[in-house]
Design a protein around this ligand. Structure first.
Ligand code: UP5
Ligand code: MG
Length: 190
């Protein structure tokens, strides 16, 4: 663990917008630790964490797991890492999530990336992923898109007004998209 204030980049965008894919590229080039909130929650389910049934039901419905659960998992992952640079992927998903995180960490994120992707492209990508995720079916995807628009876009708006959001056009090849992402992180290197 570390006493240094962590350097935090929130990586936001709708379901299938490419958050996880681009995080892998950022890790390779910039040495961040990737914390996907969704992966932490899915891991909590598979390791039979105390709230696993509730988390599974929430994910199946495309709804948002209560902040205290998600924030605890993220906080634990940050504290057990030797790194101080974190990509927090798919979180915060609501204003409530955002406020809960800022309270715990005592700071705002240093960077907010927003992968802007048309809904039909997101649907196509998620349906063709085939990793057996319980939420990768058309009914749940429709719910995830609605929840994203209603609850996550206000978070992006909040950080936009604070000049923190880097909006990335998420259509194109993975490498083309990374060429838009790279300068955001290069600018923050000392
Ligand atoms: N792909 C990637 N880039 C591509 C490109 N440029 N061109 C063509 N294809 C591309 O990509 C999705 C698919 O597209 C992959 O097959 C990829 O190869 C391809 P990926 O990088 O996985 O996109 P990502 O944005 O990470 O999509 P994901 O489905 O993971 O996003 P979600 O935000 O929906 O999922 P997440 O895991 O974050 O959350 C799942 C659920 O957990 C939520 O719905 C919610 O119920 C719950 N949750 C909470 O409650 N709270 C949280 O804080 C987080 C999650
Ligand atoms: Mg993901």
């Amino acid at each position: 663990s570390t006493v240094k204030t962590p350097f935090v980049a929130f990586v936001l965008g709708g379901p299938g917008s490419g958050k996880g894919t681009q995080c892998t590229k950022i890790v390779e080039s910039f040495g961040f630790t990737h914390l996907s909130a969704g992966d932490l929650l899915r891991h909590a389910i598979s390791s039979n964490y105390e709230n696993s049934a509730m988390i599974l039901d929430t994910i199946k419905e495309g709804k948002i797991v209560p902040s205290e659960v998600t924030v605890k998992l993220i906080q634990r992952a940050i504290e057990s890492s030797d790194n101080y640079k974190f990509l927090i992927d798919g979180f915060p998903r609501s204003e409530e999530n955002r406020i809960a995180f800022e309270k715990i960490i005592g700071a705002e994120p240093n960077i907010v990336l927003f992968f802007d992707c048309p809904e039909e492209e997101m649907v196509k990508r998620v349906l063709s992923r085939n990793e057996g995720r319980v939420d990768d079916n058309i009914d749940t995807i429709k719910k995830r898109l609605k929840v994203f628009a209603a609850l996550n876009l206000p978070v992006i708006k909040h950080y936009s007004e604070r000049g923190k959001v880097h909006k990335i056009n998420a259509v194109g090849t993975v490498d083309d998209i990374f060429e838009q992402v790279r300068p955001v992180f290069t600018a923050h290197e000392k």
